[in-house]
Design a protein around this ligand. Structure first.
Ligand SMILES: [Zn+2]
Length: 324
């Protein structure tokens, strides 16, 4: 496949109809797949009478490329049942935003999309949330050498003066922040992330159980007590003791991988996204985890990979705005 850059994509998808064709080439490299019944290739293209567009039932003109399944007789397009489905935003703009979110290390702020593409701020935010939803991990259990660490995101009470009255209100400076746990595969850099209300042994064990195959994995952590129990259940548990100035062991580079991920995440949150409310943090984590775990891919390969994850996600506006 030709290397995707912003400028050659702009040339390739000068019209909405071309944006559909382009998405078809990414999602269906061989033949169209009917989203209704799953049949591959047994479809015919419903060519509009003027070649490019047709009137919609709402009276507007659409360049959406429509296919009809010979098997189930239903119509579909490349956006049916995907995160792009039912949006008033043109597929062209979706693709530009999609590409930028795949390629930008710091992500893309909704206000930037709104300014650049002329969509309403709320719409821009909704687009980013849908794309993040597609970025959520589709993988099964990870195994091998797993580095795990936790950090705290949100609020900046540590910047408050010692006598700041807000301190007494919130007490412990970590209490106002959201904890994030992140196990990372040393071999593949695949990463799973989750916000947790409390960093406790049982909470961490639960998350690690859901994501790591115990009997084929070795855990690498710092000396935090919360990993002790779960570490015993795995093939081995290697600990670096930061209090003793130890950062690497003969077995691994300690928790460096997790710390690098966290520092990139925090830089981007403060630089690009500013404040992220705790109820939406999981989607931002999915975004950063997706890019981190695919950093060895080219932007083109990453975009193709994400195109493979756009279907089957139902995300209406309402649950998003209520934080569900
Ligand atoms: Zn069908």
């Amino acid at each position: 496949m030709e290397k995707i850059t912003f400028s050659n994509m702009a040339q390739l998808i000068a019209t909405e109809s071309e944006a559909y064709e382009y998405t078809e080439s990414l999602r269906w490299p061989d033949k169209p797949v009917c989203p209704h019944c799953g049949v591959i290739g047994d479809h015919y293209y419903l060519k509009p009478s003027n070649g490019v567009s047709r009137a919609t039932t709402r009276g507007s003109v659409s360049e959406r490329r429509v296919w009809k399944c010979k098997d189930c007789r239903k119509q579909f397009s490349v956006t049916t049942g995907t995160i792009f489905h039912g949006s008033k935003v043109s597929l062209r703009i979706w693709l530009f935003v999609f590409f930028e979110m795949c390629a930008n290390k710091n992500g893309l702020a909704a206000r930037e999309i709104s300014r650049k593409y002329g969509v309403a701020p709320k719409t821009a935010w909704f687009m980013t949330q849908r794309i993040r939803e597609a970025m959520k991990s589709r993988g099964g259990s990870m195994s091998g050498n797993i580095v795990a660490d936790e950090t705290y995101i949100g609020g900046k009470p540590e910047n408050w003066h010692a006598n700041d009255p807000r301190r007494s209100e919130f007490g412990n400076t970590t209490a106002r922040k959201t904890a994030v746990v992140a196990p990372i595969s040393s071999e593949t850099d695949e990463i799973r992330t989750k916000p947790v209300t409390t960093v406790s042994g049982p909470n961490i064990r639960r998350f690690i159980t859901e994501n790591i195959a115990f009997n084929t994995s070795t855990l690498h952590t710092d000396s935090a007590g919360v990993y002790r129990t779960v570490g015993k259940e795995m093939t081995a548990h290697h600990v670096v003791n930061h209090h003793l100035g130890q950062y690497v062991t003969e077995f691994s580079d300690g928790t460096n991988k997790a710390e690098n991920f966290f520092s990139q995440l925090k830089r981007s949150i403060s630089g690009t996204h500013h404040n992220i409310s705790p109820e939406h943090l999981n989607r931002y984590l999915a975004e950063f985890s997706f890019r981190h775990g695919t950093h060895f891919l080219s932007d083109t390969e990453r975009m193709v990979k994400l195109m493979g994850q756009v279907a089957g996600i139902r995300l209406s506006y309402r649950p998003l705005t209520t934080g569900a």
